[in-house]
Every structure is written in structure tokens, then in C-alpha cells.
Design a protein around this ligand. Structure first.
Ligand code: LMR
Length: 394
């Protein structure tokens, strides 16, 4: 039977990560996979997470099952941070295995509730989004995101497309720090998206993977909160990989919000039913760490302080790269890098340019020229700028 398997294309981001590891050059720079790096090139464990882990190991007495929805206290604390309010009786939730696990549970939940739903993804989007939604058996559509130059949001085009949708459609929205573009709506545009969703009756589906990496936690969550406040139902997949540095622990959660409390239990049952089918119960450790941090005022304050420092470094890197480009001949027109938010910018490089960037300059970027600005040491800004200008002119 295995001979009938279709050839699986390697995942471009993960393949690049492996290729970077194998590259013997000592001055290589990884702007590929979306992982935060500090000025030494390390991806640190948050101090608060480390302290929580020590406490957890000392206090834990069993590894028996937690239960089908996972750790609901973790889900509630994380959800309240993201929504900025107590989670009322209208919210169903389950813990999930990281952001991708959360998205798959959410996709399977949509399929269970309304199998004919079409899920609309922005163009471009994270390459795993189509896999996850199609893999759950849902039909896909796309809506525009970037303007012709590929630097800013074409809100008129996005809004026009979203106005054509209605009940039976679900729209995937990157809650902040859009991956791969770094291009987010303004608060006014988020309000307009909420108004369109409410008027047209489509289901907003949020992928929230980078809260805290953009402007600040509250502003990063504000657009999503605005939209959720305007619609009768919404879904959210949350990841703790980046903003708690828990990449390999696969900590995430899924939320189904309904303005009609009598539908909450059906949503909870539906989420638990698909979780049981996919992996029975989620892994506990990462969520337990997040819970331990958020439950403790001192650890939570330290986590916030470290997240703030990370965000400041990301935004300083953005400014340094834009300035290094601007200071070089032919380096005008890259100011958008400093304006965008999160760890990614999409530089619109073609395949040959991305290959040259990697092979000649040792600078790794994802296809299309997605760069992770957090992968760069600030002292490397000039070298990266020179490499980008070389390939952009090639
Ligand atoms: C990325 O976009 O690079 C990250 O979200 C890692 C991944 O799984 O693709």
C-alpha cells in the first residue's frame, strides 16, 4: 500500500532549519524559522518558566491523565490574558498540542459542526495553514492581504473580498504579527473587519501565535478583542511557543466563543470529541508551566518584563536593518521593515535571490524572502543589508 503514497514535499521552513544546522560556515545567519533569538544567537528559556519548572518538578507527584480537555485552569488563565477580561460562561476551551495542534482541533471542530464550511486564508499566509485546514477535510478559499508592492496592507481589497462572504464561510485572521508579512490592520481596520463579520455572518477564526512580539500585549490583542466583541461566534487558536519560549513543549489552547451561553456546552463537547479522536489528551507540561507563571504575581511580572525586552530587541533589529539599508547606495525603499511588526518581514525575493542570499552570503531566508528579524544580531545589520542589496540587484 505504501507505494501509492503521494510524494510529500518537504516543509520549506523545517527543511531550511535542517539545512542551516548542517551548514559548516561559522558566520551563517538564520533568518529562517520563526524562533526568537537573543543577541548571542540563543533561544533562551524565560527566567519565569525556569523557576516554574523547578517548582513543578519538586511538587509533581503523578503523571496520570489530566483529562480530556487538558488543564482548564491553564486555558482559562491564558484566555483571560488574551481577551483581557474574565472568560465568561460563553467560552468553551481545550488545551492543545502547540499552535498547530490548536489549529487542527479547531479545523476538525468546524468540520464536525458544518462540513460544508469554506475557510478563507489571507494571501500570503503561513504555509502550514492550508495543510491543516485541508487535512481536516475543509474547502479553502483565499483573500488578498498585501498591496501591489508587497509592503503594506491592501485593506480595500481585503475588505471587498470579506464583504462577499457570508454564513457558511470562516475567515482565518492572524491576530497580530502577520506571518509571513509583518503587516497588521490598524485598530480602525480591525473595527471594520468586525463590522463586516457581524454584517455578513461569517465566522472569524483567529490564529494567535505572537502576542507580545508586536507593539505590546494589550495592543497586540486589541484587534482580535474588537472583532470577537462584535460577532455571535468566533474561534481562536493560541500558541505559547514564542511568547513563553515553549517551542518544543507544544503548549497551546483552542477557544470557541459564543454570545449564546446555551450553546457553550455543545461547543465544549464538540472540542473534546475532536481532541479524543486526534490525540486523546494534550501534553501537560508546557501548559502547566504557563499556568504556574500566570498564577504567581511575581513570576507573571518577570515573564512580562522579559517579553517586553524581547519585543524591544525585535523592534530595535527592525530599525537597525532599515537604517543599515538606507545608509547604503541603492538602499532606499526598505523603511517598511521598521514599520512592520512581529518577527517577520516579507522582502519579495524570488527563488534565485533567496538561494544566492544563502549560498553566497550565508544568510538564510524562507522562500519569497521571509526574514525573521529576531534571528539577526544587531551588529550583523550592516552585513545583512549588504547581502540583501546584492541579491536584490541581481
Ligand atoms: C514559522 O513560521 O517559522 C514558525 O511558525 C515555525 C513553523 O512551525 O513553521
Amino acid at each position: 500500500m505504501f507505494e501509492t503514497l503521494p510524494k510529500a514535499e518537504p516543509d520549506a521552513i523545517l527543511a531550511l532549519m535542517a539545512r542551516f544546522r548542517e551548514d559548516p560556515r561559522t558566520d551563517k545567519i538564520d533568518l529562517g524559522v520563526g524562533v526568537y533569538r537573543d543577541e548571542t544567537g540563543a533561544t533562551p528559556i524565560f527566567r519565569a518558566v525556569q523557576a516554574a519548572e523547578e517548582r513543578l518538578v519538586a511538587a509533581q507527584t503523578t503523571k496520570t491523565y489530566v483529562g480530556l480537555p487538558g488543564d482548564l485552569k491553564f486555558c482559562r488563565l491564558l484566555g483571560e490574558e488574551l481577551l483581557g477580561r474574565p472568560l465568561a460562561s460563553e467560552s468553551a476551551m481545550v488545551q492543545a498540542a502547540g499552535g498547530s495542534g490548536a489549529l487542527y482541533i479547531l479545523a476538525a471542530f468546524i468540520r464536525r459542526a458544518a462540513p460544508a464550511t469554506r475557510v478563507w486564508l489571507p494571501t500570503p499566509t503561513w504555509p502550514n495553514h492550508p495543510n491543516l485546514f485541508r487535512g481536516a477535510g475543509l474547502a479553502l478559499g483565499d483573500y488578498p492581504w498585501l498591496d501591489r508592492a508587497g509592503r503594506a496592507l491592501d485593506f480595500a481589497a481585503a475588505a471587498e473580498a470579506l464583504e462577499k462572504l457570508g454564513p457558511g464561510d470562516a475567515v482565518l485572521l492572524h491576530a497580530c504579527c502577520h506571518n509571513p508579512t509583518g503587516v497588521d490592520p490598524t485598530p480602525e481596520q480591525w473595527a471594520e473587519i468586525g463590522a463586516i463579520a457581524a454584517r455578513r455572518g461569517w465566522l472569524p477564526v483567529f490564529d494567535m501565535a505572537y502576542a507580545g512580539f508586536g507593539d505590546d500585549w494589550e495592543r497586540d490583542c486589541a484587534g482580535m478583542r474588537t472583532v470577537i466583541g462584535r460577532v455571535p461566534e468566533a474561534l481562536m487558536a493560541a500558541s505559547c511557543s514564542k511568547n513563553f519560549g515553549l517551542y518544543r513543549e507544544r503548549a497551546g489552547a483552542v477557544y470557541a466563543h459564543t454570545a449564546e451561553p446555551s450553546r457553550r456546552q455543545a461547543a465544549q463537547d464538540g472540542l473534546e470529541a475532536v481532541t479524543r479522536m486526534v490525540y486523546s489528551m494534550p501534553p501537560d507540561h508546557g501548559g502547566a508551566l504557563v499556568r504556574a507563571v500566570l498564577e504567581d504575581a511575581d513570576l507573571a511580572a518577570d515573564w512580562r518584563a522579559e517579553l517586553t525586552a524581547m519585543r524591544e530587541r525585535i523592534n530595535a533589529n527592525r530599525r537597525a536593518l532599515a537604517e543599515a539599508l538606507a545608509a547604503r547606495p541603492g538602499g532606499q525603499g526598505w523603511g517598511f521593515i521598521a514599520e512592520q511588526r512581529g518577527i517577520f518581514s516579507l522582502l519579495g525575493l524570488d527563488r534565485a535571490q533567496v538561494d544566492r542570499l544563502r549560498e553566497v552570503h550565508g544568510v538564510y531566508a524562507v522562500a519569497g524572502g521571509r526574514v525573521n528579524v529576531a534571528g539577526m544580531r544587531i551588529g550583523d545589520a550592516d552585513r545583512v543589508a549588504a547581502a540583501l542589496l546584492d541579491v536584490a540587484g541581481s
